[in-house]
Ligand binder design. Structure first.
Ligand SMILES: Cc1ncc(COP(=O)(O)O)c(C=O)c1O
Ligand SMILES: [Zn+2]
Length: 387
């Protein structure tokens, strides 16, 4: 019977180093693994656990609370994030001459992007652990999300963003009461400033993958995809990656679901999409290293301009394990993609979301994707925030 085990509470047991599996406690504040200098990953006791523990009366990502790290539900800081729709893009599929094309639309999340998932989780866990001050380097969306959740939690927020970021993304941080600092450069320069601020003020550094819990929020994307597809996963998932939390999170969810016997293999092939202007993961996937003349630049897809992601090894693992691929799209392709999808499907996607459509076209063209494949695109954010 569904819901038999309702309110069983979290099954988290500990954290592990994503490289050597050394154990870390989830009971105290953690950043990344000090043994190998890589992200930490949360572990749950899923032996003999079934998926029936989903709280099906909760229409947010918190319906999966038993596989999320918050111990006391009183600490949950929620603005009703997650459980976003998956729609079929029939006209675009027809145009591409493929059987089925789906879109998971994260634009409808609070603060207009999938960053709400990670920051709802990260801020909830920070509240549980008694953190009073947080700082985040951001390409835009994560900063807005952290500001909103910190406002609700009563935590002081500092957001560090590239100066060239769209005004809406800056203004929302101010409206949510955060301190906004603007920097010349990309998110890596913001990250440097965040480390300085954390060191001088004691604020907790929420940089992507440098704390263990934003990933757990993003993981709910994978749970939702599985549940919404009635536990029969698509063949291909196309994801626009910057720091990689979404890609790694979706894959983590699938592995946990296999442990619970909720899904069976083969799992989807995971596709990582970046902009030609900034594509470290595509270089690393194809050549094992960054080119000598690597000069990462900004992109209209702000979230993809992450020149030196912290979780490169974990992203490459996902691509390898899933028989996936990494590829770039040009700025022009993204721009045209936004227009084309808007005209055909009545949906205004973020440039990152449009990039997944253009990447799919390329994959069909080279025969990597087949017309019979069930393909899911992830639109990670709202077009309206890039003004
Ligand atoms: C709209 C959007 N898409 C994608 C990304 C990439 O996120 P990640 O690779 O960390 O999941 C970001 C990050 O800023 C974003 O704002
Ligand atoms: Zn280690």
């Amino acid at each position: 019977m569904k819901n038999q085990q309702l309110n069983i509470g979290t099954l988290i047991t500990h954290l592990v180093c994503s490289k050597c599996n050394a154990t870390y406690s989830h009971q105290i504040v953690q950043t990344f693994s000090t043994c190998c200098n890589v992200p930490l990953s949360a572990v749950y006791n899923l032996n003999n656990q079934t998926i029936d523990a989903i709280n099906t009366s909760d229409y947010t990502m918190w319906r999966y609370q038993f596989v999320l790290p918050v111990i006391d539900p009183v600490n949950i800081v929620s603005l009703n994030e997650g459980f976003t729709p998956i729609s079929q893009l029939k006209k675009l599929a027809h145009q591409l001459s493929i059987d089925s094309l789906y879109l998971k639309d994260e634009a409808v999340n609070p603060t207009g992007s999938f960053k709400a998932r990670g920051l709802s989780m990260g801020v909830s866990k920070a509240k549980e652990l008694g953190i009073k001050q947080m700082v985040i380097p951001t390409a835009g969306n994560a900063g807005g999300a952290m500001s909103a959740y910190c406002a609700k939690a009563g935590i002081e927020a500092t957001v560090i963003m590239p100066k060239h970021t769209a005004d809406t993304l800056k203004e929302e941080c101010r409206l949510y009461g955060a301190n906004l600092i603007q920097i010349d450069g990309l998110i890596d320069a913001c990250g440097k400033k965040a480390r300085e601020i954390a060191a001088s003020t004691g604020a907790f550094d929420m940089s992507t993958m440098k704390e263990p819990y934003r990933l757990e929020g993003k993981k709910t994307l994978g749970y939702e995809i599985a549940e919404q597809f009635n536990w029969e996963l698509p063949d291909i998932i196309v994801y626009p990656a910057g720091g990689g939390t979404g890609l790694i999170g979706i894959w983590k969810a699938f592995k946990e679901l296999i442990t619970m016997n909720a899904i069976k293999g083969p799992l989807p092939k995971m596709v990582l999409v970046q902009s030609v202007e900034c594509s470290p993961m595509v270089h690393l996937f194809n050549n094992g290293q960054l080119p000598e003349n690597y000069t990462p630049k900004s992109s209209a897809a702000l979230g993809l301009a992450v020149p030196y992601p912290f979780a490169t090894a974990m992203m490459l693992d996902v691509l390898r394990e899933s028989n996936g691929i990494a590829l770039t799209v040009s700025e022009k392709e993204m721009e045209d993609g936004v227009e084309e999808i808007a005209e055909i499907e009545g949906l205004l996607l973020s440039p990152e979301g449009a990039a997944t459509f253009r990447a799919t076209q390329q994959l069909l063209k080279i025969g990597w994707a087949k017309s019979t494949d069930k393909i899911l695109l992830v639109n990670t954010g709202s077009w309206y925030k890039y003004r």
